[in-house]
Design a protein around this ligand. Structure first.
Ligand SMILES: *Cc1c(COP(=O)(O)O)cnc(C)c1O
Length: 389
């Protein structure tokens, strides 16, 4: 296999190595080089690489039933929906394969609600620097500045306002608004936390104006931020929540959860070839069950705090700033827009970290991470930063 000469359509730059094996916190390439993984497939491998519970569930289910048809119930989908409902404030679940589809479902459900209960209201307020996916509608919902000119014309009906600014929401909200949609902590946009007063005011405003509150917890959900779901740390109940990434532990899976009153789609208005696909349901059930059984949000909080305090000890020496985030959704800024350079240097030194912006490093490792991995992380980071700053 030759990476330099390949037939993959270009969409991004990649390091010229081929990944071929994973175990727990580590990945190996075809040359046998080992990498400590603090990206985890972008907060996806919640139990680390190839965890036995997931491997066993996939093997067992693959031997029994891989795909029936979205037209039939299967045992795993019922069991999995039960588990999610028992552990959240929602009563209804729709399963998809990707986060973008889960958000598309939420957008469609909000518009349906507008049709049924709010005289055709269709507008959805979202936030600057938000990220909701890469389909045309979810790109339209996304508040990334550099996406504005792309693939015009966008899907109409999305209004972007500054994050944490309740007055801006009030100014944009009118009789045509069916929903407000946000990430409680903006992941791709820079690990920006919603402030509790803002969420409280927003939830109140939504209730008052019969506007749906949608939490996109595709990155923050399933234990990542130190709670099972991030909304639980804001003392509020959204009407709709979307999940993805960590829910399948690496198997492509996502979900939209909604309150019982929103069980309002008519036959045929939403669906999908792979909704409730048994293999995915078995994967999600095993991964989510394990997160709950081991209360992994507690480990996320503990290890997250350890990483933050370790980073703080390096801050003045290397001019690190804005060490932030909750649980294991963490970020910090490096001087002189050198995040990409630091990321590349770490890569050479066998450490995978992510840089969504020129001065920002994001850490989103598996929820199962141990102290020894944090020590290794800090050792490599310190070595690389010493050479650079
Ligand atoms: C990753 C992400 C999405 C999109 O999920 P995909 O599975 O890539 O479609 C949407 N919202 C948030 C907050 C995300 O982090």
């Amino acid at each position: 296999m030759n990476v330099a000469k390949n037939n993959i359509l270009y969409v991004t730059d990649r390091e010229p190595v081929i990944m071929s094996k994973g175990k727990d916190m580590y990945l190996w390439d075809t040359n046998g080089k080992k990498y400590l993984d603090f990206i985890a497939g972008w907060a996806v491998n919640s139990l680390g690489h190839c965890p036995p519970v997931l491997v066993d569930a996939l093997i067992h289910q693959a031997e029994r039933l891989i795909n029936a048809s979205p037209a039939f119930y299967n045992d795993k989908m019922l069991e999995f929906a039960d588990l999610l409902v028992k552990n959240s404030c929602f009563q209804r679940v729709f399963f998809t394969s990707t986060g973008a589809e889960a958000n598309e479902s939420a957008i469609k459900l909000a518009r349906k609600y507008g049709q049924v209960s709010k005289r055709g209201a269709y507008k959805i307020i979202t936030f600057e620097h938000s990220f909701h996916g890469r389909t045309l509608a979810t790109m339209s919902a996304t508040g990334k500045q550099n996406w504005k000119p792309l693939f015009e014309p966008k899907v109409p009906g999305f209004i972007h306002v500054p994050f944490n600014d309740i007055d801006a929401v009030k100014a944009s909200l009118d009789g045509e608004t069916c929903a407000v949609m946000l990430e409680p902590i903006q992941g791709e946009g820079g690990v920006n936390e919603a402030n509790p007063d803002f969420i409280k005011a927003l939830a109140g405003l939504c209730k008052e104006t019969k506007t749906l509150l949608i939490f996109d917890e595709i990155q923050t959900g399933l234990g990542r931020t130190g709670k099972f779901f991030s909304y639980q740390s804001y003392d509020c109940e959204p009407d709709i929540m979307t999940l993805g990434k960590g829910i399948g532990g690496g198997y492509p899976l996502a979900a939209m959860l909604a309150k019982d009153e929103l069980n309002i789609f008519s036959k045929g208005e939403q669906g999908g070839t792979y909704t409730n696909q048994p293999l995915g349901m078995a994967a999600g059930l095993a991964v989510t069950g394990e997160i709950i059984k081991r209360k992994l949000w507690k480990n996320a909080e503990k290890m997250g705090n350890l990483i933050k305090s370790e980073l703080a000890t390096l801050a003045s020496r290397f001019r690190l700033s804005s060490i932030r985030g909750q649980g294991l959704l963490l970020a910090f800024n490096v001087p002189d827009e050198k995040a990409t350079e630091l990321m590349k240097k770490c890569f050479q030194n066998g450490l995978l970290i992510n840089s969504p912006e020129p001065s920002m490093i994001r850490l989103i490792p598996a929820l199962t991470i141990k102290e020894e991995h944090v020590k290794k992380l800090m050792g490599i980071l310190e070595k690389c930063m010493k050479e650079m700053f």
